[in-house]
Design a protein around this ligand. Sequence first.
Ligand SMILES: [Cu+2]
Length: 216
Amino acid sequence: MDGEDRVNGSSGADAMDVNWSRRSFLIGTSSVLAASAIALFESSNIAKAFSALNGVQVDSGMTKVFQQDYYYIPNQMTWRVGTPMTLHIHNLSTTHFHEMQIGRGGFQRDPNYFTDLRIQFKQDFWDGVPVTIEEEHWVDNLVTNKAIVTSLPKTGPWLITGAGNGNFSPTLRPGGSISLKFTVPNKPGVWEYGCFVQGFIHYADGMKGTIDILPA
Ligand SMILES: [Cu+2]
């Protein structure tokens, strides 16, 4: 009798677990199917369909961006004006340097840069934005441009503060990382990010993304 009770008891618990996970699975699946249907009907992309269904997820606080050869994870973010952010950028490549510029308005070559291959966005998102560097590890260089870098815990040869060195951008060695703490400035709209290491090669291969900045 004791043995039977234990068996019954444990299969009862298993059944509950099965029901629970099956329900989660069904909810998830119907969400995916609904999103797919919307995507098909509207010829829209799936991310937008998910946003319509589940609400836009707005990043705040610690927000991680990973760099690979040659893409970013994620390649789309949504920020809101006035939100405190810590943008943690981590280069997962074992072989390549990568940077992260944020800007818009098309591209231009920076005529002052030491190589004529330097590409930058016409408008630098970071212009006039106070930024605190919270952590740096294997940073090749950080071009500050017109950002207001309020904390430089470890100044060094990697820091490029002079004018004419291109847009604000950290360039990370393989495995490198940096954390940028800031408050999303009042610059709503669609912004792009991209890596222009080796000219357009990384960007053209897909190393780019978009940030939708919502008004406060
Ligand atoms: Cu790159």
